[in-house]
Design a protein around this ligand. Structure first.
Ligand SMILES: NC(=O)C1=CN([C@@H]2O[C@H](COP(=O)(O)OP(=O)(O)OC[C@H]3O[C@@H](n4cnc5c(N)ncnc54)[C@H](OP(=O)(O)O)[C@@H]3O)[C@@H](O)[C@H]2O)C=CC1
Ligand SMILES: O=C(O)C1=NCCCC1
Length: 195
């Protein structure tokens, strides 16, 4: 969880995160509750499930209960996009998205809207299971010759290491959305999740 005051309760690779926030500018008192569970192949439920509660700051009464899935997907990708805007080399042409789940899709959508990539590459652990639709979403807007290449990389985050062909490799301990921007002369990591 990334908001100040956030807490997470752990049940062995299963987490409940509480992300309270108050915005004086918006006069908004809110919290997001998010569970994130390690998913095995037999689970159809999303790995991250979120609900947002909105309170009246004057009296503390609950005013609204909102689904938190879309905001989780879009906010995280938006933060990556801001970091990318600041850090990405001007010459970057190729976007590589590691993983092919919810965050991969939301990152793809905003990155293709904001940046002039000429090629997108993606990777996922397997092409079977509930995330197949996300891969279609990732590739459906690209001409056939630009479909993401398969490459063997994990979505978990650690220090990237140079790999053959100039592509980064991520070790077992890394987590979260990561966007890498390889250039002909090398690789740069432009954005990653705050986790
Ligand atoms: N900082 C923030 O604000 C946020 C961070 N996150 C983090 O972003 C990451 C992605 O979230 P989300 O897209 O919702 O998750 P999803 O479950 O939708 O997708 C996860 C992807 O990671 C792949 N994956 C999982 N475990 C491994 C592994 N051991 N080796 C290789 N690939 C693996 C999955 O592969 P496969 O399809 O083959 O199963 C899948 O493509 C998570 O770490 C999450 O906690 C998420 C939301 C907010
Ligand atoms: O919703 C968020 O923000 C999350 N951050 C890190 C872990 C999963 C959810």
């Amino acid at each position: 969880p990334t908001a100040p005051g956030s807490r997470a309760t752990t049940l062995s690779a299963r987490f409940l995160g509480v992300m309270p926030a108050y915005s004086a500018a918006d006069d908004a008192l809110t919290t997001k509750l998010v569970t994130f569970y390690e998913r095995r192949g037999d689970s159809a439920a999303p790995s991250h499930q979120a609900t947002v509660l909105l309170f009246d700051p004057r009296c503390g009464s609950l005013r609204a209960v909102l689904d938190g899935s879309v905001i989780t997907a879009k906010r995280t990708a938006a933060v990556s996009a801001i970091a990318t805007k600041l850090l990405m080399p001007r010459s970057a042409e190729v976007l590589c998205i590691l993983g092919a789940g919810v965050q991969a899709r939301s990152h793809y959508e905003i990155f293709m809207e904001l940046f002039p990539f000429t090629e997108v590459r993606g990777t996922r652990r397997s092409l079977l299971g509930a995330d197949r639709a996300a891969v279609r979403g990732l590739t459906s807007r690209l001409p056939k010759e630009k479909l993401p290449h398969a490459c063997h990389t994990t979505v978990k985050r650690t220090q990237p290491q140079r790999k053959q062909n100039g592509w980064p490799s991520f070790g077992r301990e890394s987590r979260g959305p990561i966007c890498a921007f390889p250039r002909r002369s090398g690789c740069g990591i432009a954005a990653s999740s705050a986790r």
